[in-house]
Design a binder for this molecule. Structure first.
Ligand code: P1T
Length: 432
């Protein structure tokens, strides 16, 4: 038995990257985040892995050429496969967008996709402008939150190969009942795969593979790396998808949209504190959402963890086993209803573009910027920024108006964030 096993935690070697597969493990989420894929170096004893910058490797040493695999990417992929509960295989890519592109390329020509109607603007753009024009792929965008079963079933075609889900969606935080959509997909004649883009909740709050999804994707740029200094993406698949993993791994190498060893090292370092950060993002976001709910300057707050959110029960049901434990402990200590559910909030400021603009320039701690999931708080206007590539009529239909503001709530002190939002709301609406 290895010393690590004697110490009682599952080790990276037990979760060996052999062929990308990880074995069953019993350690908790935070323990896996810190230990799986991150073994002390057998030669030097270094606790933190070194960065292997070599682009090529002497034959028969386990690696060949860095695009096909390198120690840092393998280590990160092992960590990711372990963190995404139900996962066995991890594949890292150069960005979330190149991850999306690789999955869509795997569908071949003239396939059909059923996608949730409110997706990240870049995903919408890839589906409608790149996959449609270059691969003849058609995408039907469906309101998977509210549409009845007949409407959803009617969207499936004989060539539907993929169902694309984000939950909560970007930016209107619509919640999708993943097990229900999986069951509808299983009834479709073309047996489409179900992919969940789990970027917004991260592997801490949600485990779509345990809910029946075939593939989970992440923009690691966001919560998993967590420090706004890496652009990267990943796919995680369960053990029964070895053949699909091989196909995607072939494309990972053949297309070559791979991350650098240095970025993999950074993302793995970030992932070690994912559980700590996600708890802090969640408690801060809940507190900020409550402050917004109380404010006379706010029309509408969307945070699925709020007790007043219409799908708050679905949010609770959709929690990963580890998040449910955290949320239940939290609820025992705070009998005020609602629970932490990730760090993203969207709200409509009273007024229009002018008020939103004033709010966004008045915040002191929330920086006006795209992206999310870093330790620092960010604010943005989806209609003009992240979702500007969605046609105006479609944006209006989705409720992405000029007064919809999206917050990525960071892990600063709670009361400072609340004070910042409250003063910026006053300036935004009253112009003071
Ligand atoms: O930025 P990149 O790493 O390529 O990931 C794309 C992506 C995929 N999926 C979701 C749900 C995302 O939110 C993103 C990127 N989103 C932003 C940059 C944003 O500000 O919403």
């Amino acid at each position: 038995m290895s010393p690590a096993a004697l110490k009682g935690f599952s080790t990276a070697s037990e979760n060996a990257h052999t062929n990308g597969a990880t074995k069953a493990r019993t350690d908790g989420f935070g323990t896996r985040a810190i230990h799986v894929g991150s073994e002390p170096d057998p030669e030097t004893g270094a606790v933190i892995p070194s960065i292997s910058l070599s682009t090529t490797y002497k034959q028969n040493g386990g690696f060949e050429y860095s695009r096909s695999g390198n120690p840092n990417r393998n280590a990160l992929e092992t960590t990711l496969a372990s963190l995404e509960s139900g996962g066995a295989y991890g594949l890292a890519f150069a960005s979330g967008s190149s991850t999306t592109a690789t999955v869509l390329q795997s569908l071949g020509p003239n396939a059909h996709i059923v996608s949730v109607n409110d997706v990240y603007g870049g995903t919408f753009r890839y589906m409608t402008r790149v996959a449609a024009e270059n691969q003849g792929i058609e995408t039907t965008f469906v309101d998977l939150e509210n549409a009845d079963d007949e409407t959803i079933a009617a969207a499936f075609r004989p060539n539907t190969k993929l169902v694309w889900i984000e939950s909560p969606t970007n930016p209107t935080l619509r919640l999708i009942d993943i097990p229900h959509i999986v069951s509808l997909a299983r009834e479709a004649s073309s047996s489409p795969l179900v992919l969940v883009d789990n970027t917004f909740l991260s592997p801490f709050y949600s485990s779509p593979l345990l809910q029946g999804a075939d593939i989970v994707m992440h923009s690691l740029t966001k919560y998993v790396n967590g420090h706004s200094d890496v652009v990267m993406g990943a796919l995680i698949l369960p053990s029964h998808h070895a053949a699909l993993t091989e196909k995607l791994r072939f494309l990972q190498n053949a297309i070559g949209a791979v991350p650098s060893a240095y970025d993999c090292w950074l993302a793995q370092r970030g992932a070690k504190t994912l559980h700590l950060r996600m708890k802090a993002h969640g408690t801060n976001a809940l507190a900020v959402a409550r402050a917004l709910e109380r404010s006379p300057y706010v029309e509408d707050v969307i945070y699925p963890g709020l007790a007043s959110h219409p799908r708050n029960d679905l949010a609770y049901r959709s929690l990963s086993p580890h998040a449910r434990k955290f949320v239940d402990d939290y609820a025992e200590r705070n009998a005020d209803g609602g629970f932490p559910y990730g760090g993203m909030i969207s709200f409509r400021i009273r007024g229009g573009a002018e008020e939103a603009d004033r709010f966004l320039t008045a915040t002191r701690l929330f920086t006006l910027a795209e992206s999310l999931g870093g330790v620092e708080s960010l604010a943005e206007l989806p209609a003009q920024m992240t979702h500007g590539s969605i046609p105006p009529a479609e944006r209006a239909h989705l409720g992405i108006g000029d007064n919809l503001i999206r917050l990525s709530v960071g892990v600063e002190e709670t009361e400072d964030l609340i004070a910042d939002v409250e003063q910026a709301l006053r300036v935004g609406v009253e112009g003071l």
